[in-house]
Design a protein around this ligand. Structure first.
Ligand SMILES: [Zn+2]
Length: 423
């Protein structure tokens, strides 16, 4: 059991307040802080701190003693690599429109780019490793996202409510084929439109959104029963995206996706091939330990449309909001991948001192997001964490229990998919 010191990633879309406030540092920070990485990703590993305050890379520590650190089952399954990466994610601005490949696609893509001699740090590189990247984000503040294709019937109603003459042909395409093939046809059309056409179409869509928000549109599809007011959040999002990325095909693609607002504690997951874009908010993110992102727009970064079209899943449905089960203080989120499992522990006001056993197998990363918590391992070692602090538990750290010093308090736990609840 050791405290963690975690690297901050300074992407331009990050927040100058959210992560620093949680960690009790002065705000605003000099640079936007987008992500705090808790894990052993080769690109930016966490450091473990011993009792004397010495820092050692978690990556090196895992290599030095994998059996104690990871445990035999985890080691046998994942070959000495921590299978998950946990992040604190703070988005002030939208992240790119993206999807992640399946394991098979990642293996093939990685091998191809290696054979082509594209350096790993090249901005045009799409496959950084040969792993898939399922992910889950759990909101700490209200969190906004676009995730998964909306049912085509709903999108047809949205397009009718926007009432953009320039989109009439596109609307008919989807209305005539309201299924995954129709979505593929429309998305492929939009994402490959020449810039000249996008420069006409995106402003026309903007105008449609403004009309819808001002209630001066056609009010939607009378036959479908929807009114423009059903799509106000969608229209506002399209306007925000188009102001930031004028003429970007991703603005049109956003019309096809579910617009999601998560309340704190709610989680959204992305499995292989699901198109998504995080818009704003602070959350705990947990994912397979990979960096494979295929972008389709809404970003200054490398966009790889042909590869994105190869991996996208055009099945439509409601947004992939995760279910969860709560047993006392412990909430366990729906498991969506073998690599990871997300857990949350809550101490409500007045429950100070209540002792809760932590999930018990394999390597675990624990982040305190509220209050103050004392942790005791079976070995007798203790550690106290406050909001914003985190620690690492070896597989060899058994019978670990936590109690709040100062309630309300909250911990998030990242484990591998085999981890069982504590008892
Ligand atoms: Zn993603």
């Amino acid at each position: 059991m050791e405290s963690l010191d975690n690297p901050v990633r300074r992407y331009a879309w990050g927040s100058r307040t959210a992560i620093a406030e949680l960690q009790g540092r002065p705000v605003p920070t000099p640079h936007p802080e987008a992500e705090l990485w808790l894990g052993a990703h080769p690109g930016d590993p966490s450091f473990v701190l011993d009792a004397r305050g010495n820092r050692r890379s978690l990556l090196d520590e895992l290599r030095a003693d994998p059996v104690c650190r990871l445990g035999a089952p985890n080691l046998a399954r994942w070959g000495g690599r921590l299978p998950f990466l946990c992040k604190l994610l703070a988005a002030d601005e939208p992240l790119s429109l993206q999807a992640h490949p399946s394991t098979e696609q990642a293996r093939a893509g990685f091998a191809r780019e290696q054979a082509d001699g594209v350096p790993l740090d090249d901005a045009r590189r799409s496959y950084k490793d040969d792993c898939h990247k399922p992910e889950m984000i759990c909101a700490l503040t209200e969190f906004h996202a676009l995730a998964g294709f909306r049912e085509p019937a709903g999108t047809v109603r949205l397009l009718r409510a926007l009432d953009v003459p320039e989109l009439a042909g596109h609307l008919e395409l989807l209305a005539g084929q309201p299924d995954p093939a129709g979505l593929r046809a429309l998305f492929s059309t939009w994402i490959t439109l020449p810039q000249q056409m996008l420069d006409r179409l995106v402003p026309a869509v903007q105008e449609g959104c403004v009309r819808l928000l001002h209630g001066t549109g056609n009010g939607g599809d009378p036959a479908g029963g929807a009114t423009g007011s059903d799509f106000r959040a969608e229209a506002r999002t399209v306007l925000e995206l188009s102001e930031r990325y004028p003429g970007d095909a991703g603005v049109l693609a956003a019309l096809l996706l579910n617009r999601v607002t998560l309340a704190p504690g709610e989680a959204l997951y992305q499995v292989d091939g699901v198109l998504h874009a995080y818009l704003s908010g602070l959350g705990v993110e947990l994912m397979a330990n990979s960096d494979n992102v295929l972008r389709g727009g809404l970003t200054p970064k490398h966009v790889d449309v042909p590869e994105l079209l190869k991996v996208l899943d055009f099945a439509a449905g409601p947004a992939p909001v995760a279910s969860s089960e709560t047993d006392g203080a412990v909430t366990r989120y729906q498991q969506v991948a073998e690599e990871f499992q997300l857990w949350r522990l809550d101490w409500s006001p007045g429950s100070s001192g209540e002792v809760v056993p932590l999930p018990m197998d394999g390597p675990r990363i624990v982040l305190c997001t509220r209050g103050q918590v004392r942790v005791t391992a079976g070995s007798g070692r203790t550690l106290t964490v406050v909001q914003g602090q985190s620690f690492w538990l070896d597989a060899a750290d058994t019978a670990v229990k936590a109690s709040s010093v100062d309630a309300p308090a909250q911990l998030f736990l990242a484990t591998d998919g085999q981890c069982r609840p504590g008892d």
